[in-house]
Ligand binder design. Structure first.
Ligand code: ADP
Ligand code: ASP
Ligand code: MG
Length: 447
């Protein structure tokens, strides 16, 4: 069985839906579970609606909602030319829009509420999944839409909920397994779930990746595919750095380090459920399907000890750094921190003891760059080369508990400059040495 997740950019618009349908069609013949995000930026627009309502700008919220409605109805009109299927899906989409309007009225009356916020933000996935399911039916691709809220059972932390894997396994067996066993594709919304009282919960922003991994774990899938808008996990975020290169293999640990350290390409907890069952995760580009992408598995690339990728958090709270012992540490706490809920603190704890940093203005002054790669902390050359950064940029080099990661704390204003130089020196140069030698480049490391 394969679990395939399609992100917001992959399913946006007619072209996105077509590409998604083609990828699904080419995988037919195997048991398939599809996890779908909200289309394009719908979740962010719903969040703005919620903020508008709280800020007494309800006209803005309703007009944004009109745009969301128009976009989704247009999409259906441009995709589906069968009157019956068109009528059914439009009716369901119209009903969802009505439900959103009535939730807006409740927010206007009741004010801020975590329950209502989670409910509002869940509608993007509810809308997109209806449309994808109807479109696949129109294309004669047998499928059944499964409401993820009946399967992804979570705790009551509504905006950042933790899944109950045992409960999910039993729901997935009774709700999803019969669908795929019957030969149909199961389509479920990413990102959303429900607590034991049936209230909607969310797995945190970018949570659809996590849903895919949770369902793969629950259903003992063989492979997870995360279809997105880049060729795989790259050596850095291509939105900030030129000439990035695909990282072909990563271990679960390396990928988690990257995601927790700010690489948006994956929700930080995605690797956990998959790693428990040793299920490989493939990151692929839905707009460039010939590219093999990245494979994340238990071993990663056992031959390589170089820095594989560089990521950053633009504005860090020093409390976040203090608690930066991620993945191997307390995952729940770190998820909260990932979402920026930490309070300020001024000490940084690392393998080398703790460093003091001024506690003034601790929320936005610093950026935290993270270098990730197997055992990179053990490489004396990397450690030596980083000293130059300490001097030139007044950077603080942090060696945390995990040997696969080195953190560099710098002034926010020079983040991009330092990032570019690090990428040039520790990745591009190393790759070109490797190519020139025409042999696998192996870093000599101590220990
Ligand atoms: P989706 O909508 O498919 O979930 P996202 O926007 O959440 O897609 O994630 C993909 C984006 O992640 C890319 O467009 C890229 O800008 C960003 N990104 C950040 N770091 C990396 C990295 N190391 N490799 C690839 N993409 C990255
Ligand atoms: N739609 C949600 C978000 O924008 C979840 C996801 O796309 O993964 O965060
Ligand atoms: Mg994403």
């Amino acid at each position: 069985m394969k679990v395939m997740k399609f992100g917001g950019s992959s399913i946006a618009g007619v072209d996105g839906m077509n590409r998604t349908a083609e990828i699904i069609r080419s995988a037919l013949g195997e048991k398939l579970v599809i996890v779908i995000s909200a289309s394009g930026k719908t979740t962010r627009h719903l969040l703005k609606c919620y903020d508008d309502l709280l800020n007494k700008k309800s006209n803005n919220a309703f007009s944004r909602l009109n745009n969301i409605e128009e976009e989704h109805i247009m999409l259906i009109s441009n995709l589906i030319y069968d009157i019956c299927i068109f009528y059914n899906v439009s009716t369901r989409v119209n009903q969802l829009i009505k439900d959103i309007r009535s939730d807006f009225e409740k927010i206007i009356e009741d004010g801020d509420s975590r329950l209502l916020k989670a409910k509002i933000l869940s509608y993007g996935e509810l809308l997109s999944s209806e449309i994808l399911s109807a479109y696949l039916s129109y294309l004669n691709i047998g499928n059944k839409l499964v409401d993820a809220r009946n399967v992804i059972i979570t705790n009551e932390n509504h905006l950042n909920a933790a899944p109950d894997l045992e409960a999910i396994r039993s729901k997935a067996e009774s709700i999803i397994k019969p669908v795929v066993d019957s030969g149909a594709i199961a389509i479920a919304q990413g990102f959303i779930g429900s607590d034991k009282n049936g209230n909607t919960t969310l797995l945190g922003f970018e949570g659809s990746d996590y849903t895919a991994s949770i369902l793969a774990n629950a259903l003992d899938a063989n492979e997870i595919y995360i279809w997105t808008d880049v060729d795989g996990v790259l050596t850095a975020d291509p939105k900030f750095i030129d000439d990035t290169v695909i990282v072909e293999n990563l271990s679960y640990d390396e990928a988690s380090e990257l995601a927790f350290s700010g690489a948006k390409v994956l929700h930080p907890l995605t690797m956990q459920p998959a790693s428990i069952k040793n299920i490989p995760i493939f990151i692929r580009n839905s707009k460039n399907i010939s590219c093999k992408g990245t494979c994340i598995n238990r071993k990663g690339d056992i031959e390589s000890y170089a820095i594989k990728s560089i990521t950053f958090k633009d504005s860090v709270d020093l409390h976040e750094i203090k608690n930066f012992n991620l993945y191997n540490g307390n995952g729940k706490n770190n998820l909260e921190l990932y979402n920026g809920n930490g309070n300020g603190s001024s000490s940084i704890h690392s393998n080398g003891g703790s460093e003091k940093v001024s506690s003034d203005n601790h929320f936005i002054q610093y950026s935290l760059i993270t270098l990730v790669g197997k055992y990179i902390q053990k490489d004396p050359k990397i450690r030596k080369d980083l000293i130059a950064y300490k001097k030139k940029y007044n950077a603080k080099i942090i060696y945390p508990d995990s040997l696969n990661r080195i953190n560099i704390l710098i002034d926010k204003s020079i983040c991009c400059e330092v990032l570019t130089r690090l990428h040039e020196e520790f990745i591009k140069k190393v790759i070109s040495i490797s190519r020139n030698k025409k042999s696998d480049y192996k870093r000599v490391f101590a220990g």
